[in-house]
Design a protein around this ligand. Structure first.
Ligand SMILES: NC(=O)c1ccc[n+]([C@@H]2O[C@H](COP(=O)([O-])OP(=O)(O)OC[C@H]3O[C@@H](n4cnc5c(N)ncnc54)[C@H](OP(=O)(O)O)[C@@H]3O)[C@@H](O)[C@H]2O)c1
Length: 270
């Protein structure tokens, strides 16, 4: 695997930026080369800085090998003057800012090499799912840095075309909410067949956690096989799947949900 970038600046250490920073430091990125730009550091960030010793709001971290942007989309314009002073022409910019295209970032920053990544919230526990696109100025070494940085907080894959980032947003970016909604729906369904609300919710949560862990431990086993493994012909699970997998069932519903999210991502991205 490619080594870490020697020098890195992180702009925005909120939920996502903070989670990535922790993952990098835990994964072996040397704190000496790290500068964090964060106008309102949280107590957690201040404590992490005291423990690990990266630079927090140094006067001018100039031209690091990598600059990771994790500010809110609406804060990008205000941050641009600072970021212009930080990014050099050879700096790799990695943006996780939702909806901001590589072209928009290139127009705001002097850097040539830009990668745009869509992570998701389980990155906070090192179990993120992310995919990214890079412009043609991103070198193989810089692609390697991006992979190293993103894989410190979960899985990461490249997509060939930036327009697919809207599809990634719709699948994995928004996806954790679909799973939480599934838990809620399972709990309500359990209640409808006689369980108390509390017990139904505890069973639904534990079921999704357990199924997720089983899947995580068998990365090579297709999801369809995991499903078949718990479905005896003519049994109770098969009865339920007959309903879920009917023509207007789960597949059709999720397909509509993901298209709605993809279309909304397109609108928001302008
Ligand atoms: N959280 C997710 O699951 C997720 C998933 C995919 C993509 N993203 C993207 O990640 C980015 C960050 O999201 P988040 O949830 O981590 O938001 P957040 O918790 O609000 O973090 C953003 C941080 O950037 C700081 N900031 C504001 N202006 C700045 C500036 N000029 N220079 C440097 N830092 C500045 C904010 O400080 P203040 O609080 O003082 O404004 C805040 O601490 C967003 O663009 C979002 O689209 C997030």
């Amino acid at each position: 695997m490619t080594d870490w970038p020697r020098t890195l600046a992180l702009a925005g250490a909120g939920k996502m930026g903070g989670a990535m920073l922790r993952g990098w430091l835990d994964g072996g990125l040397k704190a000496e080369g790290v500068a964090v730009i964060e106008p309102n550091p949280s107590p957690e960030l201040v404590a992490l800085q005291a423990e690990r010793g990266f630079a927090l709001n140094p006067p001018a971290p100039s031209a690091p090998q990598a600059l990771v942007l994790a500010v809110k989309p609406q804060a990008l314009a205000a941050a641009a003057p600072t970021l212009q002073a930080v990014a050099g022409p050879d700096t790799l910019v990695i943006s996780v800012v939702a909806g901001k295209t590589i072209a928009e970032l290139a127009a705001r920053l002097p850097a040539r090499a830009i990668a745009r990544v869509m992570p998701n919230t389980p990155a906070a526990v090192g179990r993120g799912a992310s995919a990214g696109a890079a412009n043609s100025a991103v070198s193989p070494l810089q692609r390697g840095w991006t992979e190293r940085l993103m894989r410190a907080v979960g899985m990461f894959e490249w997509v060939a075309d930036e327009t697919l980032i809207d599809a990634v947003t719709a699948l994995s970016g928004s996806g954790p909410a679909y799973v939480f909604a599934l838990v809620e729906a399972m709990a309500r369904a359990g209640e409808a067949v006689g369980l108390s609300a509390d017990l139904a919710m505890r069973l639904a949560r534990a079921t999704v956690e357990g199924a997720g862990e089983l899947m995580a431990r068998e990365p090579q086993t297709p999801a369809a096989v995991l499903r078949q493994n718990v479905t005896s012909p003519g049994g109770t699970t098969a009865a339920a799947l007959g309903v879920l997998q009917a023509r207007d069932g789960l597949d059709a519903l999720l397909a509509r949900a993901v298209v709605a999210a993809r279309d909304r991502a397109r609108e928001l991205g302008g």
